[in-house]
Design a protein. Structure first.
Length: 214
C-alpha cells in the first residue's frame, strides 16, 4: 500500500528563497554540516520521520501495514548530479519490478546530495515520469515525492499544511499502481484524508511538529 497520501506539487515558479530553513531544508552539498551526514544517518532520519509523523500522526492510513510487514525498502543514493540520480532511480524501478510485492511493496529513495532546492526537485519529477515511459513501466509504477522544502501551489512557505509532505531529506517514493488502486478503493475520496491531515497539523502547530523528533 502507498505511503504517499497527497498529490504532487504544481508550483514550478517557486525559488529556494521562498522556502523556510527547516531542519535540513537549508543544507547544501558544500555545507560543512554535510561532512557529518552518512547513509546510515539519512536512513535513520527517514525511518524516524515515517514512524513519528507519517504513521504516528496517521497522515497516511496505508503506511503502517506495509511498514510493520517489512515491505518498505529504504535506500540511500550517493548521487550528486541529476543524471546519477536518474540512473539510480532506474535501477530501483527495475529492482522493484522484479521483486514480489509481498517482499517489497514500495521504495523510499533518499538522495541528500542532489536536488536540495525544491524547485529543481519538482522539475526533476518530469524526468522521473519520462524514465517510467522509457522503461515501459508507466501504469505499473508512479514516482511520488517528499522534500524538506515541500510546498503546495497557493500555500505560503510557513503553511503547516506543507508538512504533510516534508521529509528530513529529498526523497523519491516508488509506488506500485496496483497498491495505489487498492488504496483508492478503500478511500475513494482522497480529499477526506487531505482535509483531516491539514486539521491534524494545524492543531499540532510548528512547535508540536518539531517536538515529535526531539
Amino acid at each position: 500500500m502507498p505511503l504517499e497520501c497527497r498529490a504532487r506539487p504544481v508550483d514550478h515558479a517557486m525559488s529556494s528563497s521562498d522556502a523556510p530553513a527547516d531542519g535540513n531544508a537549508s543544507t547544501r552539498p558544500d555545507d560543512p554540516a554535510m561532512a557529518a551526514v552518512t547513509p546510515e544517518s539519512c536512513l535513520e532520519d527517514t525511518r524516524r520521520w515515517l514512524e513519528k509523523a507519517v504513521i504516528g500522526l496517521n497522515l497516511c492510513p496505508f503506511a503502517k501495514a506495509v511498514y510493520v510487514k517489512g515491505q518498505v525498502r529504504f535506500v540511500h543514493s550517493p548521487a550528486t548530479t541529476r543524471g546519477e540520480l536518474l540512473e539510480h532511480l532506474g535501477t530501483e524501478l527495475v529492482l522493484l519490478r522484479d521483486t514480489p510485492p509481498e517482499e517489497t511493496d514500495t521504495t523510499l529513495l533518499v538522495h541528500p546530495h542532489v536536488l536540495q532546492d525544491f524547485a529543481d526537485f519538482n522539475d526533476f519529477l518530469d524526468e522521473a515520469d519520462a524514465l517510467l515511459q522509457a522503461l515501459d513501466l508507466e501504469g505499473v509504477f508512479q514516482v511520488a515525492s517528499f522534500h524538506p522544502q515541500y510546498r503546495f501551489e497557493g500555500s505560503g512557505p510557513d503553511d503547516i499544511a506543507n508538512f504533510t509532505n516534508r521529509s528530513p531529506w529529498p526523497t523519491l517514493h516508488l509506488l506500485r499502481e496496483d497498491s495505489v488502486a487498492r488504496a483508492v478503493e478503500a478511500f475513494p475520496d482522497p480529499d477526506v484524508i487531505v482535509g483531516r491531515n491539514i486539521a491534524t497539523l494545524r492543531r499540532l502547530g510548528r512547535e508540536g511538529w518539531e517536538a515529535l523528533f526531539r
